[in-house]
Write a protein that binds this ligand. Structure first.
Ligand SMILES: Cc1cc2nc3c(=O)[nH]c(=O)nc-3n(C[C@H](O)[C@H](O)[C@H](O)COP(=O)(O)OP(=O)(O)OC[C@H]3O[C@@H](n4cnc5c(N)ncnc54)[C@H](O)[C@@H]3O)c2cc1C
Ligand SMILES: *[C@@H]1O[C@H](CO)[C@@H](O)[C@H](O)[C@H]1NC(C)=O
Ligand SMILES: *[C@@H]1O[C@H](CO)[C@@H](O)[C@H](O)[C@H]1NC(C)=O
Ligand SMILES: *[C@@H]1O[C@H](CO)[C@@H](O)[C@H](O)[C@H]1NC(C)=O
Ligand SMILES: *[C@@H]1O[C@H](CO)[C@@H](O)[C@H](O)[C@H]1NC(C)=O
Ligand SMILES: *[C@@H]1O[C@H](CO)[C@@H](O)[C@H](O)[C@H]1NC(C)=O
Ligand SMILES: *[C@@H]1O[C@H](CO)[C@@H](O)[C@H](O)[C@H]1NC(C)=O
Length: 496
């Protein structure tokens, strides 16, 4: 029997899909795409074209019961099972992050049920952020989440989910009070604070290591009655002034601007060596007269900007569209998704140990010199998570698996190939690795910085601590209890 199985695997050649696995999947009745099928190439294409993976199969369940059947097939046949939401993982973990996994694409499960009396919603995990916004907005409600409308809620809410409403409402995973999920042995559970509380804890920060969530149940927020986007631009700023600007932005952030304020510094290549272009992208979700007065203390210590704009018609949904941008409309059925070829890293700075002026200046100097010369199309973002008044930090680090709530800034460091197509330039890896080091090496050696799991970095050393910090031992314990056979395994999944 064993040798017959081996023979069948060998006969299948490049695809390494066993006959038992294939026929067991067919028996579930769930639409399945295998290597060699005409739609296999499209089904296994990554958002980040730096990665090409060959899954054993891609399946499209339509109910939690079907998700359970396909997970059991993976379990019985010793395959890895990996959920895919919007497919926007930076390292193609929605394709397993390696070859030969069973991909459970949630894209056929897009129901959104809104309870207008309880102000809750049940959202199936095949939805993308923009479509969730449109459904909720029609009922006057909203949720916190990131800017790109095409990102899937499946991955986004598994690992955090930061956006411009996060200082007043929290991360995308914070409003979740129940998760309907399929465990490694195919069991369907509803995890709440009363039933399977440990599973709920793990799903809010490290979900795909433990289960496939089929839907999340959330508390919704009233859509703000006034909302506006603000853009201030300083072009060709010398790196010394840029370092001082980031330092004074940190100072302003620590002073605790009101929760309806959101902002980040976006830094781009300058047109002359020694300079950078900086955009202060901000939003305000409060009363109309308070937007500018809230940011004025920082503007007062800044040079005069080259341009200053208030954008939007004042409605909340318009800010969602503005922040997502024209290439990603809020209604994701209206145009196809984009792709990119890129490497990205992140750095989360501890609120209790702010960066020194020297660290800020070293960072900007690197962007102004090495960044000016780089053969990549890069940007960096310095996103404000914390500061007094931020809801993100009001929840303890150990209350959910999301471990780094005491973060002041999350840096995203991101570089693409110039035409957004492969190959990604080899120097682009060390360009970003060294960019992060300019900050960390300027700070004390015990500086307790972290990294953000939704900006996943396939070259990161010591990721267990950087991503999960003090929660890692409990995550390992839960993994051992819930998934002893490591069915839900991918690069950076929680280890046994
Ligand atoms: C253009 C762009 C803009 C972005 N902007 C932001 C931003 O503003 N803020 C921010 O925080 N992040 C942002 N991100 C990062 C984004 O949050 C992550 O890449 C996220 O994990 C993508 O989720 P997905 O479902 O689209 O991806 P997928 O590749 O489908 O999934 C990502 C991971 O989540 C797992 N997963 C997916 N569905 C489920 C499920 N149902 N149950 C359990 N696990 C699941 C997958 O197995 C995989 O490990 C952005 C990404 C891109 C590409
Ligand atoms: C994974 O599959 C792809 C596509 O078939 C192939 O190019 C690549 O070499 C494989 N990777 C490994 C590690 O086998
Ligand atoms: C930076 O600013 C200069 C001067 O306005 C402009 O020419 C250039 O296009 C900007 N670069 C980027 C990457 O936006
Ligand atoms: C730091 O912030 C305080 C207010 O909180 C302000 O008075 C001071 O000028 C700021 N300093 C710098 C360097 O930005
Ligand atoms: C989204 O766009 C599709 C295709 O144009 C359309 O059928 C659908 O009604 C739109 N959805 C919403 C909520 O506007
Ligand atoms: C978090 O830590 C505090 C203090 O050690 C402890 O009292 C609490 O029970 C912990 N919470 C969880 C969910 O483990
Ligand atoms: C499946 O796993 C869960 C969690 O470990 C456990 O509670 C349940 O009893 C298991 N079910 C079966 C049928 O083994």
């Amino acid at each position: 029997m064993a040798s017959l199985k081996l023979l069948l695997i060998a006969a299948c050649g490049f695809c390494l899909v066993s006959a038992d696995f294939r026929s067991d999947l067919k028996d579930t009745g769930v639409r399945s795409v295998f290597p060699g099928d005409s739609d296999y190439a499209a089904a296994s294409k990554a958002y980040n074209l730096r990665f090409t993976f060959a899954p054993a199969a891609v399946v499209y369940p339509t109910t939690p019961e079907e998700v359970s059947s396909v997970v059991k097939v993976a379990f019985d046949n010793n395959y890895k099972a990996v959920p895919r939401g919007g497919g926007h993982s930076y390292v193609a973990n929605g394709l397993g992050g390696k070859n030969g996994s069973l991909i459970v694409d949630m894209g056929s499960m897009k129901a959104i049920t809104i309870d207008s009396s309880a102000n809750t919603a049940v959202i199936e995990t095949g939805n993308r952020l923009g479509d969730i916004d449109l459904a909720l907005n029609a009922a006057g409600r909203a949720l916190p989440h990131g800017t790109c409308s095409y990102v899937g809620i499946g991955g986004h809410a598994s690992f955090g989910g930061y956006g411009f409403t996060s200082r007043q409402w929290g991360l995308a995973l914070d409003p979740i009070f129940a998760v309907n999920a399929v465990l490694a042995n195919g069991t369907i559970v509803k995890a709440t604070k009363d039933s399977y509380p440990e599973i709920l804890w793990g799903l809010k920060g490290a979900a795909p290591s433990f289960a496939i969530s089929t839907s999340i149940e959330v508390n919704t927020f009233a859509a703000p009655s006034y909302a506006i986007v603000m853009n201030y631009v300083w072009n060709d700023m010398d790196y010394k002034t840029a370092g001082e600007s980031m330092f004074s932005f940190q100072n302003f952030s620590l002073s605790g601007p009101a929760a309806p304020f959101a902002g980040e510094l976006d830094i781009f290549r300058g047109s002359r060596e020694g300079t950078v272009n900086i955009t202060f992208a901000a939003a305000w979700y409060g009363d109309e007269g308070s937007a500018i007065p809230t940011i004025q203390p920082w503007l007062d210590v800044m040079p005069t900007p080259d341009s200053a704009q208030l954008l939007g018609d004042g409605t909340y949904i318009d800010t969602v569209a503005l922040l997502s941008g024209a290439s990603h409309p809020v209604n994701t059925s209206t145009q196809p998704d984009t792709t990119d070829t890129f490497y990205a890293k992140s750095l989360m700075t501890p609120e209790g140990e702010p960066m020194t002026l020297e660290a800020c200046t070293a960072f900007m100097k690197y962007l102004a010199i090495e960044g000016f010369a780089s053969n990549t199309d890069w940007f960096t973002q310095v996103e404000l998570y914390g500061g007094p008044n931020s809801k993100i930090r009001e929840i303890p680090n150990n209350a959910t698996a999301f471990s780094r709530r005491d973060t002041l800034f999350t840096f995203q460091l991101y570089a693409s190939s110039f035409n957004l197509q492969p190959p990604y330039p080899a120097e682009g890896f060390t360009f970003l690795d060294n960019m992060a080091t300019t900050v960390t090496s300027s700070m004390p050696s015990d500086w307790n910085y972290g990294a953000y799991v939704n900006y996943l970095d396939n070259r990161l050393q010591n990721w267990q601590n950087l991503y999960f910090a003090d929660n890692y031992p409990k995550l390992k314990y839960l993994k051992d209890q819930l998934d002893p056979h490591d069915v839900f395994m991918f690069p950076t999944s929680i280890e046994e």
